[in-house]
Structures are given as structure tokens and as C-alpha cells.
Design a protein around this ligand. Structure first.
Ligand SMILES: CC(C)(COP(=O)(O)OP(=O)(O)OC[C@H]1O[C@@H](n2cnc3c(N)ncnc32)[C@H](O)[C@@H]1OP(=O)(O)O)[C@@H](O)C(=O)NCCC(=O)NCCS
Length: 136
């Protein structure tokens, strides 16, 4: 049965999901630190098997960032990504009780913009905003 658990994922599960979507493995200690510093996360399981994940990082009141939305290939296109996003948006709405102007960013993978547009995200650059930028 497919079910969601909040704020609980192991570094091994995270690496398993990352690798399944083609992003590879990271050192366990690095993943553990990243997960420890995560504000909120959603893990999706089919019985005991992890099949999807998403998380929010940020300062809770002014800026948030959605990261690591992933569903293993065998379960994609079954609206599991949508379930994950809906839970994250619910949590963002909680933060909005503290500051209604809180801003949430994300970096879409190439071609994935339509998935995020369904939840109200807009692409940059536009008339008001410059391009999103990244430092590697
Ligand atoms: C992106 C991802 C999380 C979507 O999860 P999913 O469970 O397959 O998505 P859903 O079934 O909830 O899709 C909802 C809608 O998003 C859009 N969508 C989903 N996957 C898409 C894709 N690969 N490209 C473009 N639009 C997509 C579709 O409009 C879809 O609606 P539809 O089913 O009515 O056509 C999943 O494909 C994934 O893990 N991909 C690999 C990792 C990745 O790229 N993550 C995003 C990083 S920015």
C-alpha cells in the first residue's frame, strides 16, 4: 500500500532514490548532515519500499527552497510526484501563517518546468526577475 511519512528518511534510502533517478550516490555522512538540516520532508513508500521523496530547506519565515523531488522510474507518471508536491505546499502554507510573503524557490531540471507550473511556480527570467543562478 502506498503511504506517506513525514520527516523520516535514511541516508541509504536517499542515496537509493538519487541513484534511481540518475543523480548518483553521495557520501553517507554528507547526506546525513543535509537531512538533519532539512526543514521538512516527505517520503513515499509502497509498503516498506521507498519510492519517492521531496524536501524543503530554508529559514522558515522569509525564504524556502524545494529540493530533491524524486520518484523512482517504475512509479513515475502515477501522480506520486503530485502527492509529494501537495504535501510540501501544505507545509509551506503553514509557514505562511507566520509570514504570508514567504518566497519559495526551486531549480527545475531541464524540461521539468510544466510539472512545477501545475503548483503555481513561474519560470525565470521574466519581465521582473532575472535568471536563477547557481554556484558549483
Ligand atoms: C519529476 C517527477 C518527480 C514527477 O513525478 P511523477 O510522479 O512522475 O509526476 P506526476 O505523475 O505526479 O505528474 C504530474 C504532472 O506533471 C507533469 N509531468 C510529470 N512528469 C513530467 C516530465 N518528465 N516532463 C514534463 N512534465 C511532467 C505532467 O503534466 C503530469 O500530469 P499528467 O500525469 O496529467 O500528464 C519524476 O518524474 C522524477 O522523479 N523525475 C526524475 C527526477 C527529477 O527530474 N526530479 C525533478 C527535479 S527538478
Amino acid at each position: 500500500m502506498i503511504h506517506i511519512i513525514e520527516n523520516k528518511i535514511s541516508a541509504d534510502e536517499y542515496n537509493y532514490l538519487n541513484n534511481s533517478v540518475g543523480w548518483g550516490f553521495r557520501e553517507i555522512s554528507i547526506v546525513e548532515e543535509a537531512l538533519k538540516n532539512t526543514l521538512y520532508s516527505v517520503s513515499v513508500y509502497d509498503d516498506n519500499k521507498i519510492i519517492g521523496f521531496g524536501r524543503i530547506i530554508g529559514d522558515k519565515t522569509i525564504f524556502l527552497y524545494i529540493q530533491d523531488i524524486m520518484v523512482i522510474p517504475e512509479y513515475q507518471h502515477q501522480h506520486i510526484g503530485t502527492k509529494i508536491m501537495n504535501k510540501l505546499i501544505e507545509q509551506i502554507n503553514e509557514y505562511k501563517n507566520i509570514n504570508p510573503s514567504i518566497r519559495t524557490y526551486l531549480g527545475a531540471s531541464k524540461g521539468m518546468e510544466p510539472f512545477y507550473e501545475k503548483f503555481g511556480f513561474i519560470s525565470r527570467p521574466n519581465n521582473d526577475l532575472g535568471a536563477g543562478m547557481i554556484l558549483y
